[in-house]
Design a protein around this ligand. Structure first.
Ligand code: RTP
Length: 155
């Protein structure tokens, strides 16, 4: 066994405003539950502009950045922490390609979305960003740390 493959990770999954407005929260949660990952944090949240800018700071120079910030702040999002072995990469597979028209059927975006600018869900792209976005590394980006529970685990 390779130790790094056995490492329990956390990823930040966010149902974007279009997903919440379209009533897809239950469907998205279901897919992660059925896969076998553990939900350790959850909240409905209206993202302030400053936080959206921090979350997407790597995309600041892109032409779509202002549209992206408007989109992500256009209504409430559902912020979640999911935990499990390999959850970061697996969640990206479950979500599918950024452009929903290129996402495989069977993925969230492949089954439920059409436009890149309305692609329903976000997932951390690396274990490092999983830590950053769930607030376990540098603070509390989405304030989820305090919501993160250790249910199912004995001390
Ligand atoms: P996410 O961060 O939301 O999981 O998406 P991602 O890694 O698949 O894609 P990324 O390149 O990080 O882009 C972040 C989000 O920006 C919007 N976007 N719009 N050409 C466009 O109009 C465009 N490209 C990206 C999408 O909402 C994308 O998920």
């Amino acid at each position: 066994l390779v130790a790094s493959l056995e490492q329990v990770e956390q990823t930040y999954i966010m149902v974007k405003p279009d997903g919440v407005q379209r009533g897809l929260v239950g469907e998205i949660i279901s897919r992660f539950e059925r896969k076998g990952f553990k939900l350790t944090g959850l909240k409905l949240f209206q993202c302030p502009k400053e936080l959206a800018e921090e979350h997407y700071k790597d995309l600041k120079t892109k032409s779509f950045y202002p549209t992206l910030i408007d989109y992500i702040t256009s209504g409430p999002v559902v912020c979640m922490v999911w935990e499990g072995v390999g959850v970061v990469a697996s969640a990206r597979k479950l979500i599918g390609s950024t452009n929903p028209l290129q996402a495989e059927p069977g993925t969230i975006r492949g089954d439920l979305a059409v436009q890149t600018g309305r692609n329903v869900v976000h997932g951390s792209d690396s274990p490092e960003n999983g830590k950053r976005e769930t607030g376990t590394l540098n603070g509390t980006l989405f304030g989820l740390r305090s919501l993160s529970l250790n249910h199912g685990k004995k001390k």
